[in-house]
Design a protein around this ligand. Structure first.
Ligand code: KDG
Ligand code: MG
Length: 411
């Protein structure tokens, strides 16, 4: 084998930086000089996954053939003995995505070609409209629709609560706030206040935005199954594309309860790490969209399996696309999304901050609410380590929420 084809892994670099948000980036270098980039960020627990990668994963990869993606995935998943888990699976994802990037570069092909080629011309996305009042939220939604988005997620502050997930009073942008939280902020929650106010958002939305636009809503796991069932029934007249994370589903059959009562479409998956976390809800057709992220569910190798399994049961993929996922994740998901026959929609909150653009480059473009995937070999993403060093890690947490009597609720 000539040196230019030698994909023996010689270095595994793990870089934690904060270009706008904290990201854990994996860079795998091979003897040939070809390298790949992957994302292993776990929001609020970045250093845990970085240490795990440096101390326990990287030493096992040196000397392996980067072409053997499947074997390396199995080796890291089964070989650890302690299967699954968010830190372990994000580490596997970071490695796996970097290896697909390398394989694409070695083949001279974009990764979507290796997956089976394009199933569509571009990846449809949904954007976020988040406001302090219904009018404010709908102003933002109208602006997004004017930019060409055909699907929008609507979130509005709950009247009577100082803060609610995704909406903070008198605020900067909530994603910006999320990047500067040296301790977990605490936010109040009242299911009654939420349930009493949420219908008005969607009633007004349909009146102002019309019937054509697809609407989503994220409950952030704040309800019980029967409350979620009631919410689904309440929102039926407004024809949501999906209701996301209505209930935390450590018990997968919680979703059977919701399904038994409503025809509102259901989505879940952003905190899942493996197919096992959603196997029952998929095979029982209790959900409509599976929202696992490439970064949190074991990379392209695992997401491809999740997509194929879901396709058997009429479930489509709608990958998580929040700002705590790096451009390496966005690129991986764009390649998956353009290939997957059962692709549904991609969450999209922009390609990142100005600082992130100094550190990451990519060849994705947005046009009329759709991501167009470039044809660079691999994933078309690159990472500038010197620029990253100018944006050091800052500890930052997700919020927790408490009921008005102080009981710890959800995040
Ligand atoms: O790290 C958690 C965030 O990514 C999450 O809160 C965002 O719920 C979210 C979403 O749907 O984008
Ligand atoms: Mg969500």
């Amino acid at each position: 084998m000539s040196k230019t084809q030698d994909l023996t892994i010689t270095d595994v670099r793990v870089i934690v930086s904060s270009p706008g948000r904290n990201f854990v980036t994996v860079k795998i270098v091979t003897e040939s000089g070809l390298y790949g980039i992957g994302d292993a960020t776990v929001n609020g627990r970045e250093q845990a996954v970085a240490t795990y990668l440096r101390e326990h994963v990287a030493p096992c990869l040196i000397g392996r053939n980067a072409h053997q993606i499947e074997d390396i995935w199995q080796y890291l998943y089964k070989g650890v003995y302690w299967r699954k888990g968010p830190i372990n699976m994000a580490a596997i994802a970071g490695v796996d995505v970097a290896l697909w990037d390398i394989k694409g570069k070695a083949a001279g092909l974009p990764v979507y070609e290796l997956l089976g080629g394009k199933s569509r011309k571009a990846v449809t996305t949904y954007a976020h409209a988040t406001g302090e009042t219904v009018a404010d939220t709908l102003d933002k939604a109208e602006a997004l629709i004017a930019q060409g988005f055909t699907a929008v997620r609507l979130q509005t502050a709950v009247p009577g609560l100082d803060a609610s997930y995704g909406v903070l009073r008198g605020q900067k942008d909530y994603f910006e706030q999320q990047s500067s939280r040296p301790l977990p902020p605490e936010e109040p929650w009242s299911t009654r206040k939420y349930m009493n106010s949420i219908e008005a958002l969607f009633r007004e939305a349909r009146a102002r935005l019309g019937d054509e636009v697809a609407l989503c809503h994220d409950v952030h796991s704040r309800l019980t199954p029967i409350e979620a069932a009631r919410l689904g029934k309440m929102l039926e007249p407004y024809d949501l594309l999906f209701l996301e994370d209505a209930v935390a589903a450590e018990n997968q059959d919680s979703y059977r309860v919701i399904r038994d009562h409503t025809t509102t479409a259901l989505a879940i998956g952003e905190i899942y790490n493996t197919i096992w976390d959603c196997k029952e809800m998929i095979q029982n057709q209790w959900i409509d969209y599976i929202r696992c992220a490439t970064t949190h569910a074991g990379g392209i190798t695992a997401m491809r399996r999740i997509a194929d399994f879901a396709a058997l049961f009429h479930v489509r993929i709608a990958p998580h696309g929040a700002p705590d996922l790096s451009p390496a994740c966005y690129a991986a998901q764009a390649h998956l999304g353009i290939w997957a026959p059962n692709f549904g929609i991609q969450e999209f909150v922009g390609f990142g901050s100005e600082a992130s653009a100094e550190v990451f480059s990519h060849d994705l473009t947005l046009e009329n609410g759709m991501i167009h995937v470039g044809d660079s070999p691999g994933l078309g993403v690159d990472f500038d380590e010197e620029a990253a060093a100018r944006h050091p890690y800052k500890r930052s947490y997700l919020p927790v929420s408490r009921l008005e009597d102080g009981t710890l609720w959800s995040w």
